[in-house]
Design a binder for this molecule. Sequence first.
Ligand code: NAP
Length: 303
Amino acid sequence: MSRQADIAAQSGATIIDGRALARDMREVLRQRAAGLQERFGIKPGLAVILVGKDPASGVYVANKIRACDQVGIHSRTIRLETTVSTHELLELIRALNVDTSIHGILVQLPLPGHIDMPAVLDAIDVNKDVDGFHLYNIGGLVTGGTVFSPCTPFGVLKLLEYAKIPIEGQNVVVVGASNIVGKPTALMLMARDATVSICHAKTRDLAQFTILADILVVAAGVPHLIVPQMVKRGAVVIDVGINRMPDGSIMGDVEFDGVAQKASFITPVPGGVGPMTVTMLLSNTVDGAEAFCNAADSTSISL
Ligand code: NAP
């Protein structure tokens, strides 16, 4: 680690402020969206499909819609009964794929068990797959050439970039191996030439891995999984976990106070990765709208 990071480690970690970065990025996105309106008369559009009445999903969707409003993205929420069939969902997605006012399509997960989730996600046009869950976009994380990166891992990368943390050649340990957070985060960091280990619930002696990490990304959904003894002095710690405690408070996967005494940089929960996830969704949607306008412009199709 750098001398600056060593000093920070002795006196306590520098907090990477996800709210501040999200605020700055959203202002730039607002300007880009306004630019599309001015140049092409087009407002970026996001369609959100919400199946059923899961309260947590309802809150996540409401947050996304509010954030869209703030930056000038037009959003359309399509609420469907839990009994909807895979066929009906596929028909809806096909219609949205050809709707020129929509540049991003998001299916809020989880879906009810009877729905063929991979078929639904893979039906989304890759050029509108702003969540980055289509097989093409996932495969592109391995081979290069993704259209859109998944939002939470993309947010983690942006936070590291914002804090000017070097990635090339660093030992990275990702705790959590889910398809939406752990695995794509690991692949995106590998693509930036980090040496990456992925740990999961069956990893034996988690600490023997975490203690070697220059950059430790934790996305397990287990409060206080990472305690100071598991962290190398001067490490950069990114806490993706969001755990709602019995008293209603929100807590990450890292024991923040203790680990902050050893880390050089650390993200808080709340206020770290969380605001970045929604911001990267907005960013992908504006990217999609810009790509649509530029393609139409170059082929002189009237918008
Ligand atoms: P998930 O699908 O439940 O996956 C959790 C992963 O952690 C799995 O790979 C699991 O291992 C691993 N794991 C569980 N317990 C572990 C342990 N004791 N030691 C090591 N690994 C362990 O969860 P997710 O969707 O990836 O989300 C992870 C956390 O991030 C949750 O708290 C979630 O709320 C949060 N999250 C935050 C954001 C954000 O915007 N900040 C976005 C998405 C998710 P196995 O594979 O072996 O089961």
